[in-house]
Every structure is written in structure tokens, then in C-alpha cells.
Design a protein around this ligand. Sequence first.
Ligand code: ADP
Length: 520
Amino acid sequence: MIKTMFTRTIHRVSIIQSHHSSISRREMSMGTESVVARLKSSGLLQTKGLIGGKWTDAYDGRTIQVNNPATGDLIASVACMGEKETKDAISSAYDAFGHWSKLTAADRSSRLRNWYNLLIQHKEELGQLITLEQGKPLKEAIGEVGYGASFIEFFAEEAKRVYGDIIPSTLTDRRLFVLKQPVGVVGAITPWNFPLAMITRKVGPALACGCTVVIKPSEFTPLTALAAAELALQSGIPPGVLNVVMGDAPKIGNSLLESPQVRKITFTGSTAVGKKLMAGAAETVKKVSLELGGNAPCIVFDDADLEVALKGSLATKFRNSGQTCVCANRILVQEGIYEKFTSAFSNAVQNLKVGNGFSEGVVQGPLINEAAVQKVDSFVQDAISKGAKVLVGGKRHSLGLTFYEPTIIGDVKNEMLIARQEVFGPVAPVIRFKTEEEAIQIANDTNAGLAAYIFTNGIKRSWRVSEALEYGIVGVNEGLVSTEVAPFGGYKQSGLGREGSKYGLDEYLEIKYVCMGNMS
Ligand code: ADP
């Protein structure tokens, strides 16, 4: 799945850094309490759901725990909601739609702009919250806040540009118009790897158009969503326009799917859940956007600039510890540059500093939970058992718990599990190839089609290969391509629709044709 990078705030070089972590378990555990205390005093540590502008407990009082993936520490217990709360959130969003959709675009725009300003003003605290519940290094987390907020800024601007059309009529006494209208109540289901940005790139365009939203964040990372919702309330976005429920994912999901009042489902997450949601949306024929899993190839040709290819491959593979849907999942390297590239890549990867995201200099945080570590390790073991060779890492990190060593495995074949499915962890499988045709064939031999990367100095080759790749996003000599101004989305089973850019608005709009007759 997911999800992205920060063209504005990115620290491209910082990922290529030094020294293995030597921090102790005690040091690792320090921080949770003090960060929680700071966040509480700033009013950003909300633990209830938001329904109709009111912070609301689960109706049966149930809670779920949110833990720090780096230490296992409890951060907070949040409301564990289900069907009843979701129904009420939908009703609130439905009631608020009448008012919100009728505000002027300029009015909605200025409230979104206020929200953007508040997100930026609280960049540090939101970044800390992201590191606390998701684990990514603080600098990267603050980068996500800038990136996430940029969608609110961009769509605050776009709110004023939802133009319709006047169509030259085929009859002299008729006038033909196209109006664009908000689709209505939107159900937004989001994952844990970008706890803020995956929300803002859905909610930004939805609210800009005049839609209202029920958000269901991941149960692993609800706190960032709740803090962002608190800031939305402060920014003058009226009660009911933005609601947040979390808890029992299937129950919340089914309530959103079954409701005829919900006119759109937007989802980022696994392909399996995306397919379920798409099927479930059929009953009420909702509009659907899906950002699902990727299996990104990163192709390094013999004629690539080695430094550029190295930097790009490191950035696209190892950001967020490999937990993004646009992370390179397969590094394809042409035979003429294979030895040079893998040796330089290995040098860089064994120097990536692993540890708690709050520790200075750490560029690789924990994975989200132990199940993720087990999955990563099982993919690595499967590849080894089939003849792949570990070049760096290849096992759980000595920090234990949720940590995995940044890993490179060579001599990988495209048939191996690790090249068929998303590893979603800090493991770079390297596949050797001979010709451009072979690279394209290997790259396209997958059901996914989200992002692909190529490294070459050949201008003709860059066009040829970009056009041949069955992917929604292609980075040429660049490993970090996501930005709010460009369309993000996939071909094939990587999803439907686009997020960000002017195309991102269309996902939340209905087109209405108005024919005025007998005008002569
Ligand atoms: P990931 O593997 O990244 O966690 P998931 O698809 O499991 O991806 O989760 C993404 C989001 O989908 C999360 O908010 C999760 O709670 C939600 N989710 C999981 N199962 C369902 C479901 N059956 N219906 C609705 N939402 C679901």
C-alpha cells in the first residue's frame, strides 16, 4: 500500500547515514511518557471518537489500546466503536452536508486554509504523535506532517476552481450546461503507515468540493487522526462535517457500505480489504476510490549514473522502513552494473542507523508490529531456501520486538514470494537482468501497478521504458516522486482513481447535465 513522500520536506541524503544503533532498551522506553504528557497538555491527545462535533466514548464503553511499536509501551486507550456509532456519524455527516455544501467555495477554502495553518503550527507535536504510534523517525514524521498538510493547502486553493461547462447546443432553442456537484457523504478508511497524510489527501478534496466525511483511521494509529480532527474543529470546519470513528473495522466498514446515505468510499490499504469494500459498495452503487498494494520495480540500467541510482534506490526502498506501497519491492539491476551497484548499495545499507524514532540519527524505525516482522522474515527465509543470497542483514535486529535488520538479498528470481508480494519492510531483493525487454517483462509480470522507478542516462530509453511500464507512477532517476500537485494511483489491482492534483477532485464530484429547452 501507501503511500508517499515529501517533496517539500524530504531529507534525501539523511537516509544514507552511519553507524549501527547502540541504544539500550531502557533508553528506548524513555520518551513515551514525557511525549504523552506534552501532547496531553497541548490538547492534542484525544482518545474519543468525533461524532457531530462531540468527542464521544464507545456506547458500550469499550476501548482499545494504542501502543508504541518501538517499545511496546501503552500510549493511550481509545474508544472502540462499531455499528451504532458509525450510523450516528453518518447521520451527522448527512445533516451537515446540507449546510457545508451550500457555503461559498471561498468560505470552505478559507476554513481549510485555517486548518492547514494549524497543522503546520503544530507540526512538531503531530510529528511526535506519528513517531509515538507509528514508529518512523521523528524527522521523517515531521516531514509527513508537512506533506499531509500540503493536501489541505492545495485543495483549499482548488476549492475555488471547480468549474463546470457550457456546451454548444445542437439545437438553436436549447442551452446545455454541465454542473459539478459534491457527491455527498464520504466514508474514508485509512491505514497506519502515513497516519496523517493518508487522511488529508482524502479529506482535503472531499471537503473542498462540499462533501462531508466519516473517517475510519487504522486502529494502530488513531491518535494522529484524532489530533488532526481537533485542529479541524478549531479551524472553523463545522460540527458534523468531519467525523472520526474507530474500533471494529469490519463493523464500521459494513455500516458505511450498507448506508444509502454514504455515496462514496475512499480507501487506502491492502488489496484484499480493498476488494471486499469494492464488492460491498456494489449493493448501493457507491463511487469508489482505492489505493491498494504495489509491487514496485526499481530498474537500474547499465547506463545509469551510479550515485543517482544508489541514492534513489535507498530512498525508495528504505523510507518508513520499507512500509509504503510505493517502496521499491524489487530492485532489477542490469548485469553490467550488477556487481558495482550491489557492492555500493550494501555499503550504504549496512550503515543505516536503526532504533527508536526519537533517537538522534536514527533513519530506520521499528515495523508496525511483530506480525509484520514475522511476515518479512518468512519472505526472506523463503527466498534463501530457494537459492537467494543474503548480502546484508537477513534477520531480526538485536533490538528485538519489532525491529528487522535493513537487508539486501541478491540472486532473487521473480518467481519467489518476495518478488510476487509486497514485503512491506526493510528488505531489498535484487534481481539480475540482461536486456531492456527482459526488465520490462519482469517489471510488468505482476498484478500490481502502482509505482515503478528507472535509472538510466538514456533519454530515449527513459521514454520507451516509462511508456511500456504498466504503472500509474513512474520515477525516472528519482526515488521520491509523491507530491500533492501530481496524481497518485495505480493500474491493475493497485487501485482505482487518483489522489492529489486536479484529478483528485473529480473523485468527489458528480457531473450534472442541465438542458434548458424552448429558449427561443
Ligand atoms: P494494512 O495491511 O496496511 O493494515 P488493511 O487493509 O488491513 O491494511 O487496513 C487498512 C485499513 O482498513 C485500516 O483502517 C483497517 O482497520 C481497515 N480494515 C481492515 N479490514 C476492514 C474491513 N473488513 N472493513 C473495513 N475496513 C477494514
